[in-house]
Ligand binder design. Structure first.
Ligand code: NAP
Length: 307
């Protein structure tokens, strides 16, 4: 247990990421009090029932008032409106951060609403599961995962260092990154792969020749992992693609070119091309395991995965 890093932390939005943060905050003892708010009465009632947050408030303003750290844990498309709502209640010297999967859009949607007396340090914990909602969180979600911090220009180092210490206490490794670079890195590592998984599952569904039972029965061979990814929250992923348009389209363009090259190799029987390509990709997988970002287990260690 560490000493509190922030006296009061406010979690706005109480889904997978916020609930995991709450349990990790409690595990580490890094906040004296955690307040929380979700837009629906149903989520707030569930949170109260399961003891998620020390105090669940009925408005975002109440939750954010007097907080030293305010974490926006709503879908990327909702960040701006939430920031606008809480802005007048923010305490002098408070830090506002977020957990959104896209950074350039969140910065342009949130920053204009924030008063000069607060620090804005956008963030992105790169950890998730396909589950959502207040009951889906767990304290270990961020352990040994990356949390990227993307401070806006002219932010003093103190609030960034403090937020880094906070995320490290929650189990994460922290790196500071520039917003456009963040969005490109995530387009490669997360956003485009999700779109490909969504497509693959959609295609299997379209192919009526493969009956439902066959898809399920034989799905161990790769397809099962796609179905898990394609079960991710539709609102979150709609917002990710609408707000990380340029980087995602850039990567999908590259993907399509490579796919055509592989398609041609298959058609022309160019086994050398296929073999060399798969040898290169295999070494990338080994690199990920060596970096401690996944296990070699047959289920790919999929308790929690990168998002
Ligand atoms: P989640 O489990 O679906 O929870 C979302 C929360 O936001 C819920 O409390 C929901 O309230 C609230 N919310 C939804 N729409 C809202 C709106 N228009 N206005 C105000 N509140 C709204 O989501 P999550 O997975 O925790 O994701 C939250 C953020 O983390 C997203 O920005 C996402 O990009 C980012 N992220 C997610 C993952 C992941 O794998 N899931 C990983 C890294 C980062 P109700 O319950 O009342 O509807």
């Amino acid at each position: 247990m560490s000493a509190p890093i922030y006296d009061r932390v406010a979690l706005i939005g109480l889904g997978l990421i916020a609930s995991s943060m709450f349990w990790a905050i409690k595990r580490a003892g890094v906040a004296a009090e955690v307040t929380g708010y979700a837009r629906s009465a149903e989520t707030r009632a569930t949170a109260r029932e399961i003891g998620l947050c020390d105090r669940v408030c009925d408005s975002a303003v109440d939750a954010a008032k007097d907080a030293d750290l305010i974490v926006l844990c709503v879908p990327v498309g909702a960040m701006g409106a939430v920031a606008e709502e809480i802005a007048p209640a923010l305490k002098n010297g408070a830090t506002v951060t977020d957990v959104g999967s896209v950074k350039r859009h969140v910065i342009s949607a949130v920053a204009p609403h924030l008063p000069d007396h607060v620090h804005f340090v956008p963030g992105h914990p790169m950890a998730g599961t396909e589950h959502s909602g207040p009951t889906s969180g767990f304290a270990e979600l961020f352990d040994n995962r990356w949390c990227l911090l993307v401070p806006v220009e002219n932010t003093p180092s103190d609030p960034v260092d403090r937020l880094s210490r906070f995320w490290r206490a929650l189990g994460a490794n922290v790196e500071v990154m520039e917003p456009d670079h963040h969005d490109l890195v995530c387009a490669v590592t997360s956003h485009a792969p999700h779109l490909i998984a969504y497509t693959m599952v959609g295609v299997a569904d379209d192919l009526r020749r493969v009956t439902d039972s066959e898809v399920v029965k034989f799905s161990a061979a790769g397809f099962r992992d796609f179905t898990r990814i394609a079960a991710s929250d539709p609102t979150m992923w709609r917002d990710v693609f609408l707000t990380n348009k340029d980087a995602t389209l850039e990567i999908l363009g590259r993907f399509t070119e490579e796919l055509f090259a592989l398609q041609r190799a298959i058609r022309t029987g160019d086994g050398d091309h296929l073999f060399d390509y798969f040898t290169r990709t295999r070494s990338i997988r080994r690199g990920i395991i060596e970096a401690g970002q996944d296990t070699d287990a047959p289920d790919f260690g999929r308790g929690a995965t990168q998002r």
